[in-house]
Design a binder for this molecule. Structure first.
Ligand code: PLP
Length: 444
């Protein structure tokens, strides 16, 4: 019996022993095409020589120096690059070890900002029903996927939730995309008026919803209206790009495609590309200055923040983006993936929707395309697809979640940015085979 406390106590795992490009290999040398980057992490694929080299060089010089005593060149350079590339005045980079830490940092900065500017009553957060922002208690508290937090209620921080922007499920008949986006964005204003806008610190959302919905982008105009409402009522906009950021959707930050700027953005996953655990909370100058010119101390921290080796790895990741023009590659291969998925699945009786941006695509699985009837939770559809796909040498990311009270299933695809045309063909072939095997076995 394994002494590792695995999350799924009764599901035996294969042992990964090596990685090469878009493939992982197990102890029997079986190859798995990594079509989801783990959880949208491995954006450069596995065993990238540049990142490997950067880590080795950094470890030989300086692996770690505690951020209470020292900064490091790697950490300074990474912050400089992220600040230069982030939209507008998102200039102040707080480096942590992952997505949940980045979100916790964002929530705490939002709260402290209002204390610094003498509005301490702004304590509430608003988020969307179909969202995931991490697993630590604060991040879990703002997440909208209620089944994840059920065992921990009453939770420390609890957000008020409004509708997700999820046209496939919620758009009314006769409504244009734009009208739909305005209607659901205006739910933020209604919620603010209910809570008293002077009591709300921030609205948090993923620009493209990842794990809880399967790559759902907002419709045009939605985020512009959200930004407008935040400005009008003086609350902060936190955009959680932990999954959809760092090039995944074809631009370094997903919000670039919405033509808006957050007050705080969180990134992680692709930033370390799986080579090191790292995340960042990037704050606007207004927020940073309020702390710097106020108490002068952000009341938050983690032992591994500003980690030199993790920063060196992330710098090498960003360098690979430039050298190999990977953002253009994401847009090109993303289009190739979308075309292949549409060719293969557009009329599949169990696939209701194909959506996403760049190399971040989702397939929504339904019992019936006309009624959009989701599969019931007891079908364990996600677990079956994951297992079958692994048996076929494919890693994909199927999930079942609650969507405004409706249980839905989807498959998330987030392959490495270096994926070739042939590998895209292989991905879609293996996915098609796996889905058909699962649906066939369920029909028996
Ligand atoms: N935010 C979003 C949007 C995520 O998708 C995730 C993880 O899936 C997190 C936060 C939490 O990140 P981590 O698992 O690195 O703590």
């Amino acid at each position: 019996m394994s002494q590792v406390f695995h999350r799924h106590c009764h599901t035996p795992l294969r042992t990964a022993v090596r990685g090469e490009g878009v493939y992982l290999f197990d102890q029997h040398n079986n190859a798995y095409l990594d079509a989801c980057g783990g959880a949208a992490v491995s954006c450069l694929g596995h065993n990238h020589p540049g990142v490997r080299q950067a880590i080795n060089t950094q470890v030989e010089q300086l692996a770690y120096a505690h951020s209470g005593f020292f900064t490091s060149e790697a950490c300074e350079q990474l912050a400089e690059q992220l600040a230069a590339k982030a939209p507008g005045d998102l200039n102040h980079v707080y480096l942590v070890s992952g997505g949940s830490e980045a979100v916790e940092s964002a929530l705490k900065l939002a709260r402290q900002y209002f204390v610094e500017i003498d509005q301490p009553q702004r304590v509430h957060f608003i988020s969307r029903r179909q969202s995931y922002h991490g697993n630590t208690l604060g991040a879990l508290g703002v997440g909208g996927n209620l089944w994840r937090r059920a065992p921990f209620d009453p939770i420390l921080t609890s957000a008020e939730h409004i509708a997700a922007c999820y046209a496939y499920r919620d758009k009314h008949a006769g409504e244009t995309d734009y009208q739909y986006g305005q209607r659901v964005a205006n739910e933020l204003e209604q919620k603010l008026l209910e809570l008293g806008p002077e009591n709300v610190a921030a609205f948090i959302a993923e620009p493209v919803v990842g794990a809880t919905a399967g790559a759902v982008p907002a419709v045009e105009g939605y985020f512009t209206r959200i930004r407008e409402i935040c400005d009008q009522y003086g609350l902060l906009l936190i955009l959680d790009e932990v999954m959809c950021g760092i090039g995944r959707t074809g631009t370094l930050f997903a919000q670039e495609q919405e033509q808006i700027q957050a007050d705080i953005v969180t990134v992680a996953k692709g930033l370390g590309a799986g080579y090191q655990p790292i995340g960042a909370m990037i704050a606007s100058s207004r927020l940073y200055n309020a702390v710097a010119n106020g108490s002068g101390f952000f009341q938050h921290g983690h032992t591994y923040m500003g980690h030199a080796t993790a920063s060196a790895a992330a710098l090498a990741v960003l360098q690979a983006f430039e050298q190999d023009q990977l953002l253009a590659q994401v847009r090109r291969q993303g289009q190739g993936l979308a075309e292949r998925l549409n060719q293969r699945f557009a009329s599949h009786p169990r696939i209701g929707d194909i959506r996403g941006r760049g190399l971040f695509m989702g397939l929504e699985l339904v019992q019936d395309r006309d009624s959009k009837l989701p599969f019931a939770p007891h079908t364990a559809l996600a677990a079956r697809i994951k297992q079958t796909a692994m048996d076929n040498g494919l890693m994909c990311y199927p999930m079942g979640g609650t969507i405004d009270g409706v249980q839905g299933h989807h498959v998330l695809l987030a392959p490495p940015y270096i994926i070739s045309d042939n590998q895209l063909d292989e991905l879609v072939d293996k996915l098609s085979l796996s889905l058909n095997q699962v649906f066939h076995s369920m029909a028996k």
